[in-house]
Design a protein around this ligand. Structure first.
Ligand code: ASP
Length: 350
């Protein structure tokens, strides 16, 4: 579907958290630092050509996204919750390094979303000549304002828009630190692509059960999650310290291929022991595309028998955010694992 906005004047809130898009080089330390980009409309006068009301909310302090924490996601969700009725859509300017984590987190934290929440940023600061920031910002604002003929949002999802592609946020990964195509969504097709027009894949875009519903904002996160990345040469001591650590309630195991891990007895014994002590174990693949199927190989089957849950085709970023959300919401591990099995926000295909 190709469309612009409704005839009524749309209202968009740009939430500026930090990131390269609003950085400039400090002449002394010769490194990029955030500058005061709070007057976004002054920096991008093109936005005024849209007949929208555009307001901005600026984080103080601004955050290089390497410093993003779950508390930052709670702040983002709280701002959207507070301003939900005042705006048609939200654009979050964010550093690229952890944008996939933040977009995943917000997708779980906001249940029954009826308005767009579009994350974007840039690889080059907005003040530089060849910046990708202007196009990313301008198209994100247009997408956040886009409505169908009934006046409902075209994309009521948490997304990342980058380099002409709109992706479901919890399906994305940062894959390139250099190229303008910094993000990929390998396991789910784009929700829209921008060329001369913005072409929306309306059949792929999730819709709320009712447009009149007010979303629920889940702002309690339980962050007691560790990640064990499987690799040749792992030692029992290291694996035990991650699986057996008393600080974690869940461990994401990043496995090979379709969900495979070593078949060595010491390794499986540590998995069984962690599982029997009540640790939630979630299997996601290290591969960029495809997912986990623990029934294909004996090495995967042993994990399943030892009590490991499948992460299906989830990214690690999304799996981490989903666990934070589910564990924050449910005391019982049974409810958490039931949630892991379900496709809650389009984050897995089963
Ligand atoms: N370090 C920056 C950040 O993530 C990189 C970027 O914005 O692209 O905040």
């Amino acid at each position: 579907m190709t469309t612009g906005c409704s005839k009524d004047k749309a209202a968009i809130l740009i939430i500026y958290t930090g990131g390269t898009i609003g950085m400039k080089e400090d002449p002394v330390i010769k490194a990029l630092i955030p500058f005061d980009f709070s007057q976004i409309l002054d920096e991008v006068p093109e936005l005024e050509k849209f007949a929208y009301r555009i307001d901005t909310y600026t984080f103080d302090p601004l955050i290089d996204s390497s410093d993003i924490e779950p508390a930052s996601w709670i702040s983002m969700a709280a701002i959207i919750e507070e301003k939900y009725d005042d705006y048609d859509g939200f654009v979050i300017l964010h550093g690229t390094d952890t944008m996939a984590y933040s977009a995943s987190a917000l997708s779980f934290m906001i249940q029954d979303l009826t308005k767009p929440v579009i994350f974007t940023g840039s690889q080059l600061p907005i003040g530089t000549l060849r910046t990708d920031g202007k196009e990313n910002l301008i198209s994100s604002v247009e997408i956040a304002a886009a409505k169908d003929s009934e006046g409902n949002a075209l994309v009521p999802e948490v997304c990342i828009y980058f380099d002409n592609v709109l992706m479901r946020g919890n399906r994305t990964r940062k894959v390139n630190s250099d190229n303008f195509r910094a993000f990929r969504s390998e396991n789910f097709p784009p929700l829209a692509e921008a060329g001369i027009h913005i072409k929306y894949e309306t059949k792929l875009i999730r819709k709320p059960e009712s447009w009149n519903i007010r979303p629920t904002f889940h702002k309690r996160l339980d962050t007691r999650v560790s990640i064990l990345k499987i690799h040749p040469g792992m030692t029992p001591q290291v694996v035990e310290s991650i699986l057996g650590g008393t600080e974690s309630r869940a461990v994401i195991i990043e496995t090979y291929g379709a969900g495979n891990a070593p078949s060595k007895e010491w390794f499986l014994a540590l998995i069984r022991s962690a599982s029997s002590k009540g640790k939630i174990l979630l299997n996601v693949t290290q591969c960029l595309a495809g997912g986990v199927d623990m029934d294909i190989y004996a090495t995967g089957k042993s994990l399943k028998e030892a009590g490991v849950c499948s992460g299906y085709d989830s990214t690690t970023e999304s799996a981490l955010a989903k666990l934070f959300y589910l564990m924050g919401r449910y005391e019982s591990n049974h409810e958490v694992t039931a949630g892991l099995e379900a496709d809650l926000r389009g984050e897995i295909s089963k």
